[in-house]
Design a protein. Structure first.
Length: 121
């Protein structure tokens, strides 16, 4: 009987995990203007070097000195960069249409990894 109760407790814990983190994942929101704003704020505040790398590599602006993400949608991201003393707007398309904010998160990670590989060769 104790084993059965222990197994039921484990199953309950697993179910709560899946319900909390996979089914109701707060990162897996559709990419709305509000979600775009949240992603942009996070990227600009916490990953400014990555945003600059996106501009330099994918925006084909290797002399960009600074960059900020101004919007993201399922098809791409918009950056504003300082290139040779001028403000330049860059549109960086994704290789496929994104499904939600978690997809955006994983795509941005994959893109920075690829960009770092490309810029080191």
């Amino acid at each position: 009987m104790a084993i059965r109760r222990g197994l039921l407790a484990i199953c309950g814990t697993i179910e709560r995990y899946f319900t909390t983190y996979l089914i109701h994942n707060p990162m897996a929101d559709p990419i709305t203007p509000a979600i775009s704003e949240r992603i942009c704020k996070h990227m600009n505040d916490d990953h400014a070097a990555a945003v600059l790398t996106y501009a330099q590599v994918y925006g084909k602006s290797p002399t960009a000195e600074t960059a900020a993400m101004s919007a993201i949608d399922p098809l791409g991201m918009d950056l504003t960069a300082q290139v040779d003393g001028e403000t330049v707007n860059l549109r960086i398309p994704f290789d496929r249409e994104l499904t939600d904010s978690e997809d955006a998160h994983q795509t941005l990670i994959a893109m920075i990894k690829q960009a770092r590989t490309l810029s080191s060769t």
